[in-house]
Unconditional design. Structure first.
Length: 225
């Protein structure tokens, strides 16, 4: 990409210095993704590393919204928040905690099967997809809570396992080999699928309430100033 004599890397440096927030949308810009995978013949790096190599200091930490692709709703909410002057609460990888604070496995509709030790042998089976290579147990995101396409569904609900496309190491290990099962580990006991569904609703409500409360506090603070 070249605009007005500048390539993309040069434009990034010029704009990042002036921006209040730099938001990296997608797996490639957040963590390198497929271009930066093992071998990395092009020397691809995520936005944060590119700025670091160029010696560019941003006003605030780079906000990473990983995913291949990034979730459109999470992206829109994050953009709207910073444009209104709100500061996103980020984890140590620069991800908004509202969307990346829990593992997909914990609120997956198939989680009840895992707790019962029932695992799918084929992708058409309804049981837990762990043994078929699901990376939900090691991937943090709110996919199982907000879902995709207007809340219609998401990967493990639609049939295939989670590929771990939001994991910082994707597509390298431990998200690959894609169809190899990761080691099992003990987790919280959720005996039924109904409990998982209720938990997802509670988490979604908590996220919304937290966002509203934070917005109100920021608005009140601005009014007082």
């Amino acid at each position: 990409m070249q605009i007005a004599g500048y390539n993309g890397y040069e434009l990034l440096q010029k704009l990042a210095v002036k921006a209040t927030y730099v938001i990296a949308v997608g797996q490639c810009s957040s963590f390198g993704g497929i271009p930066a995978a093992k071998g990395n013949v092009t020397g691809a790096v995520p936005v944060s590393e590119a700025l670091k190599q160029a010696g560019v200091t941003t006003k605030n930490p780079v906000v990473n919204i990983p995913g291949c692709p990034a979730h459109p709703d999470w992206t829109l909410i994050t953009l709207a928040s910073v444009l209104q002057g709100f500061s996103p609460d980020l984890d140590d990888m620069g991800r908004p905690k509202a969307f990346f604070s829990q593992y997909i496995h914990d609120t997956c509709p198939r989680r009840g099967y895992y707790d019962k030790g029932q695992f799918a042998s084929n992708f058409d089976d309804p049981e837990c997809l762990w043994n078929l290579g699901c990376k939900g147990p090691i991937t943090q995101s709110a996919c199982a809570v907000t879902k995709w396409n207007g809340g219609l569904s998401f990967c493990t609900q639609g049939g295939p396992m989670c590929w771990g496309c939001m994991h910082p190491s994707f597509p390298d290990s431990p998200t690959s080999p894609f169809f190899d099962a990761i080691p099992h580990f003990p987790g919280i006991n959720i005996p039924t699928l109904e409990v998982v569904a209720v938990g997802a609703v509670v988490v979604a409500g908590a996220l919304a309430a937290g966002t509203i409360a934070s917005s109100r506090r920021d608005a009140e603070k601005k009014t007082q100033e």
